[in-house]
Design a protein around this ligand. Structure first.
Ligand code: SF4
Length: 307
């Protein structure tokens, strides 16, 4: 009997040179772990909002005892002598929210990423110098809510727009005499911000722009752009509510086929069929173990000949 060797053409799997947890996320997950490890048996540790935009990680910390609440309104005032801790997530909150929590008697542990506080500072500076403030970002994102909260009480016009698209620029109703200050959400693409600067300058007198996009975002976006150009498929892992993960998927889609998944269970063999080089990247809230699980699942599907 002759043995026939079946050659299974396994794809090359490449992980982006910069992917997954950034330092701000590592920092707050460490803070959460520490608070949980140190709490007394009957002590509750709250987190205001989702700690990071990764449902699996939020679920893991919830299973370890962290209580997630959507808003400060969900936390009742404490009776005298009661101690409760609240962790503020990496995206930060408005100063008014911290004040309310203190008044209700909670002990605050502020995990706001130091890089998220930079746009807060520049927003204030722009407004105090008499410029119109325009923010590129998602108005509902907690980071933008934090910036707007920082300016509460000041009677100034602040516009939040998603990018340099014509409709967004029109909505600004710019005048030729306008002096405009621009900042961006830390996780938005730099190219869009650069384009926005040009568009706003076309319709105004002066533009003062601060680069508030964080280095981790730059690195991950550069890495996926480079990777996507030589892959025939890219898998991006991260929460669907994670702004920076959605941006990575957007960038990869400009160059190749891309799927955005939250974990390995969402991978479909059909996506991988005929693909020779598969790239993997992950948002700043995605733990390394999720990246490894996705790689292992692709390898498994490939080895079992299910591609
Ligand atoms: S993506 Fe950047 S700004 Fe956001 S938490 Fe990470 S390091 Fe901080």
């Amino acid at each position: 009997m002759t043995e026939i060797e079946v050659q299974v053409n396994k794809p090359i799997i490449e992980i982006a040179s910069s992917a997954g947890w950034c330092f701000g996320v590592e920092r707050i997950v460490e803070m959460a772990e520490k608070l949980l490890a140190q709490r007394a048996p009957d002590e509750l540790v709250y987190c205001l909002g989702e700690l990071i935009h990764n449902p699996q990680e939020v679920e893991r910390l919830h299973a370890r005892g962290m209580v997630f609440v959507k808003s400060h309104d969900d936390l009742p005032p404490l009776a005298p002598g009661t101690r409760r801790k609240v962790l503020i997530r990496a995206h930060g909150v408005a100063p008014a929210v911290k004040k309310i929590l203190r008044e209700k008697g909670y002990e605050i542990f502020d995990g706001t990423c130091p890089l998220v506080t930079i746009p807060h500072r520049f927003a204030r500076e722009i407004v105090e110098q008499g410029y119109r403030l325009v923010i590129m970002g998602d108005r509902e994102h907690p980071e933008i809510q934090g910036i707007l909260g920082e300016l509460e009480g000041l009677s100034v016009r602040v516009d939040v727009i998603p990018g340099p698209e014509t409709e967004a620029i029109k909505a600004l109703q710019l005048k030729a005499s306008d002096r405009v200050g621009l900042i961006s959400q830390t996780t938005h693409p730099f190219e869009k911000f650069a384009q926005l600067i040009g568009e706003v300058l076309k319709h105004s007198l002066e533009v003062k722009a601060y680069n508030t996009i964080c280095q981790a975002t730059f690195d991950r976006q550069d890495a996926i752009r480079e990777l996507a150009q030589r892959c025939d498929l890219v898998i991006v892992i991260g929460g669907r509510n994670s702004s920076n993960t959605c941006r990575l998927a957007e960038i990869a889609s400009q160059y190749t086929v891309c799927y955005h998944i939250e974990d390995a269970s969402e991978l479909k063999g059909a996506w991988l069929q005929g693909k020779r080089r598969i790239g993997i990247s992950a948002g700043a809230s995605t733990p390394t173990r999720c990246i490894e699980e996705v790689r292992a699942t692709i390898e498994h599907l490939s080895e079992s000949g299910r591609l």
